[in-house]
Design a protein around this ligand. Structure first.
Ligand code: PEP
Ligand code: MG
Length: 580
């Protein structure tokens, strides 16, 4: 029997794990029971704070040498919180004034602080509510073990090669668990901005978060298959299924090892054609993975995370700080910042409350349409992108263009913004490249006109496929129709690349197709020389590039494209494999 669960996948280079479930239950025992003597509770609180501090210090000492340096900072943040008066003194006051027990007082104070964090408008800071929750829970757990201070170490010993299933994990837990050789994490809580997600990516532990009721439904020791690329967890007892995934895992592992040798090698085909390999980033923290996998820059930084789940739009200084932190991490490599692309799967409460409901979100007021309509939302971002360009090689990229008017309006807006910044004495790069995403069939068919107005184009196949084939990319029931090798898609890609060549405009591809190694030869054969993808795919694609004869691939595509409607996908891929 196979049971499947879906959550939010958090994957570094490693995406798959197979292993027995190790359930980690860490719910502290907290209730509003009345107390007689506050002094006793104050002493219990002090002892628990002490035990929590010892535990964190022990974890800090145990951080493996090969762990990225910034990870120790997570532990330091928690150590500082243990002495923070907003948490500790305020909890003491609650115990004294309300005669409540220490665990309950911690809970009340945590609720107050979490509310303050929830109202913060910086997504990074507001995600730090997790830190408060983690620290408070550690102290509460230590309240129950004050006579044996070391029993505050809740991590099981027998977890090597296990899939940890927990309601939530602290950064400290993640570090200890990695050290004990766990295979993967499955958690009920936690989002992509949580420290634990950031850590899982940095530590290269595949994780699926937000799997509701995982600790209640999954059983200790049952075999799990975790796929962090798709966000799925399978619980199965079938030996054949497990064998199948173990084989997949072991070949993926040995292949990954051999790929590492490519890091220092150039991304050049066998016949000497250079190919630029760039990374897609969702969060500033992903720039570490981009560097570690040898990206030569960022071809797509999705900025939606800055806007999501908050009570107001981010301010210009918040945008700027975010972009500067990535530029800093990239150390001189180019950063392509895509302007806000909200509207379909990502929407924000402060907008949906103000704007009329979207009848069909995919065809409604999204991306550039929304930005031009809502200057209050967009201008701070535009100003910040321009200002960031003074600090490093920044490119601005516009999503979902469908008419030349949109591009002209945006270019005018950029000119006005530049004049404004000049008047204010704020620096920017006057030659900052401005590019557009080609992800609507209309834009693909007008690529030449767009290329004449813009400095670069980037093919967004995720949406281009959705709009060309009329398949909602979020709807499971039609996902079988989502076919990157559909002749119509290939013709559009070919014509975009040709339009770019004709106008001598740079063109890249940043949709998922660019990071799927099955299509690398095909795209090289169509003339693509710049690919942007999730960092974990970079080396795999580089291996294919280095193993390809681009001239031969080109000749094959020239021969096959005129009769592409009558050629099966498999035949096409086979012919390319032979030609390479
Ligand atoms: C795309 O549509 O291909 C793309 C890269 O943008 P997103 O997936 O963010 O819509
Ligand atoms: Mg898109």
């Amino acid at each position: 029997m196979i049971t499947a669960f879906v959550g939010l996948g958090v994957a570094g280079a490693r995406k798959l794990a197979v292993g027995p479930a190790a359930l980690l239950r860490q719910e502290p025992n907290v209730s509003p029971d009345p107390i007689e003597r506050p002094e006793v509770e104050l002493r219990r609180l002090d002892a628990a704070l002490d035990a929590a501090r010892r535990r964190l210090e022990r974890t800090r000492q145990q951080i493996p040498l090969d762990t990225p340096a910034h990870i120790a900072d997570f532990i330091d943040t928690h150590l500082l919180m243990l002495t923070d008066s907003a948490l500790v003194d305020a909890t003491r006051d609650l115990i004294r004034e309300q005669h409540i027990n220490a665990g309950w007082a911690l809970k009340l104070q945590r609720d107050i602080l979490v509310q303050v964090f929830d109202e913060m408008n910086d997504p990074y800071l507001s995600a730090r509510r997790d830190d408060i929750e983690h620290v408070v829970r550690q102290i509460q757990l230590c309240l129950d073990c004050h006579d044996e201070p070391d029993s505050g170490d809740f991590i099981l010993d027998q977890v090597k090669d296990c899939v940890i299933v927990a309601d939530d994990l602290t950064p400290a837990d993640a570090i200890l668990l990695r050290q004990r050789g766990v295979a993967a994490f499955v958690t009920e809580h936690g989002g992509p901005m949580s420290h634990t997600a950031i850590l899982a990516r940095s530590l290269d532990i595949p994780a699926v978060m937000g799997v509701h009721r995982a600790t209640a439904v999954l059983r200790q020791g049952e075999q799990l298959v975790v796929n962090a690329a798709t966000g799925t967890v399978l619980a199965t007892t079938e030996p054949e299924t497990l064998d199948y995934f173990r084989r997949q895992l072991s070949s993926a592992e040995s292949y990954r090892e051999t790929l590492k040798q490519l890091l220092a090698r150039p991304s050049t085909s066998r016949d000497g054609i250079p190919v630029v390999l760039l990374a897609n980033l969702e969060l500033p923290e992903d720039s570490a993975a981009a560097q570690a996998n040898g990206a030569s820059g960022v071809g797509l930084y999705r900025t939606e995370m800055l806007f999501l789940n908050h009570t107001r739009a981010p301010r210009e200084d918040e945008h700027l700080a975010n972009y500067l932190s990535i530029l800093d991490a990239l150390n001189g490599l180019p950063l392509t910042i895509r302007t806000l692309d909200l509207g379909v799967d990502k929407s924000i409460r402060y907008l949906s409350e103000r704007l009329p409901p979207l009848i069909n979100p995919a065809l409604g007021l999204r991306a550039i349409r929304l930005c031009l309509k809502e200057p209050e939302l967009f201008l701070p971002q535009l100003r910040a992108i321009l200002r960031a360009s003074a600090a490093g090689p920044v490119r601005l990229m516009i999503p979902m263009i469908s008419t030349l008017n949109e591009v002209d309006s945006l270019l005018r807006l950029i000119q006005t913004t530049k004049r404004m910044l000049r008047r204010e004495g704020l620096a920017f790069d006057p030659l900052m490249p401005i590019g557009g995403m080609i992800e609507v069939p209309a834009a693909a068919l007008m690529a030449e006109a767009l290329a004449r107005r813009l400095d670069f184009l980037s093919i967004g196949t995720n949406d281009l496929i959705q709009y060309t084939l009329a398949i909602d990319r979020l709807d499971d029931s039609v996902s079988y129709l989502y076919e990157p090798l559909h002749p119509a898609i290939l013709r559009l890609i070919q014509s975009i690349i040709e339009a770019a060549a004709k106008t001598r405009t740079r063109v890249s591809m940043c949709g998922e197709m660019a990071g799927d190694a099955r299509y690398t030869r095909l795209l090289l054969g169509l003339g693509l020389r710049e690919f942007s993808m999730q960092p974990g795919s970079l080396l795999e694609v580089k291996a294919i590039v280095r193993d390809s004869n681009v001239g031969a691939l080109k000749r094959t595509m020239v021969e096959l494209m005129p009769r592409i409607d009558d050629i099966s996908s498999q035949h096409l891929l086979d012919r390319l494999a032979e030609a390479a």
